[in-house]
Design a binder for this molecule. Structure first.
Ligand code: AHM
Ligand code: MG
Length: 333
């Protein structure tokens, strides 16, 4: 098998397809390198004394794990000096992070969830990093939070790393979705799947069923029909999977299809759903659409949502097109 490294892939994207420029190429390489470091930290577990709580809370009021804090620091430190960024934002930080004045600034904005699936860290279940890249407004030297509030359609790149039995990086720059596997001996990312495609039909769904009593009626109806199986209105049996790490659930869907849901529910109308638009839903929606799937908030395309807040939450329905269309249709009806 001819091995294509991430570096080779990116150089070709820049030269032949001109989908990225040199600065974006550097940005992606730096993020990938940071993910490699996070992967090594994650895999050390108790031996690296990285498990457990950091005894701090993030802006969402969630207790941070040590690895949440470590991963955030790794991404900040890796990205601040390269000259490719105008500013950064993270799930773990209340407001945006400017590039220190001693370093040059670049044209891009980087957003990330440094370690998604925090509840799975200490139990050795797959977790991951999610990132989204936007362009800073022209000539903007010190971006504000407002400058980050661009719809998902403005993303120039998005990706995630999943730290599972294998460490993988899944990337799109708007020219399909490609998967790289970390070769730990060589320390390099190797292209292992080009042009990932989500099958349009599926018999598998993912939702946290323990919230069922709180759901709104369109989601109740949709999931009831899936559970009714071959003798119900859908006429086929469905299987359920819930890893509670969005990266791992989305990765399964990219690999073999499925529909992932984190709906809004009746509990707290001020928090529509759990997942955050800017660094969870938008990058995953771009990846899923680039792989031929669909991603909505129940009403419309996630990528079209005009953001109002950096840490805004949205309902998420994504994956195999036919199922996303059914559940979205139930919201309209
Ligand atoms: P996190 O960013 O605090 O880890 O929360 C996001 C995670 C997603 O990865 C996952 O899909 C969801 O929360 C799981 O939620 P639940 O705890 O309801 O199963
Ligand atoms: Mg998260």
């Amino acid at each position: 098998m001819k091995r294509v490294s991430l570096t080779q892939y990116l150089v070709e994207e820049q030269r032949q397809h001109q989908t990225i420029n040199a600065e974006l190429r550097l940005l992606i390489e730096v993020v990938a390198r940071a993910c490699k470091r996070i992967s090594y930290s994650v895999s050390k577990g108790a031996l690296g004394e990285v498990l457990g709580s950091a005894d701090t809370e993030n802006i969402q009021g969630e207790v941070q794990k040590k690895l949440d804090v470590i991963s955030n620091e790794i991404l900040l430190e890796a990205n601040e000096w390269g000259g490719h960024l105008a500013a950064m934002a993270s799930e773990e930080m209340e407001t945006i992070r400017q590039i220190p004045s001693r370093y040059p600034k670049g044209e891009f904005l980087l957003l990330f969830d440094p370690l998604d699936g925090s509840s799975n860290i200490d139990v050795n279940v797959s977790i991951g990093t999610i990132f989204s890249v936007l362009k800073a407004p022209e000539g903007m030297d010190s971006p504000t939070e407002q400058d980050f509030l661009q719809p998902g359609t403005s993303q120039v790149a998005a990706g995630y790393a999943v730290y599972g039995p294998q460490t993988m990086l899944v990337l799109t720059t708007g020219n399909g979705v490609h998967c790289f596997t970390l070769d730990r001996e060589q320390g390099s990312w190797v292209l292992t799947q080009s042009d990932m495609q989500i099958p349009p039909a599926t018999k598998e769904f993912a939702i946290n069923m323990s919230n069922q009593r709180h759901w709104h009626s369109p989601v109740q109806r949709y999931v009831d029909e899936l559970l009714a199986g071959s003798t119900g209105p859908r006429g086929k049996d469905f299987n359920m999977r819930w890893i509670a790490s969005m990266v791992a659930d989305v990765h399964r869907i990219l690999t073999r299809g499925g529909v992932f849901m984190y709906p809004a529910d009746r509990r707290d109308p001020s928090q529509p759903g759990k997942l955050r638009l800017m660094y969870e839903a938008n990058p995953m929606a771009m990846i899923v659409e680039q792989a031929g799937g669909a991603a909505t908030d129940g009403k419309g395309r996630i990528l079209d949502i005009p953001p109002t807040k950096l840490h805004q939450r949205v309902p998420v329905f994504l994956g195999s097109k036919e199922e996303v269309e059914v559940v979205t249709g139930y919201h309209a009806g």
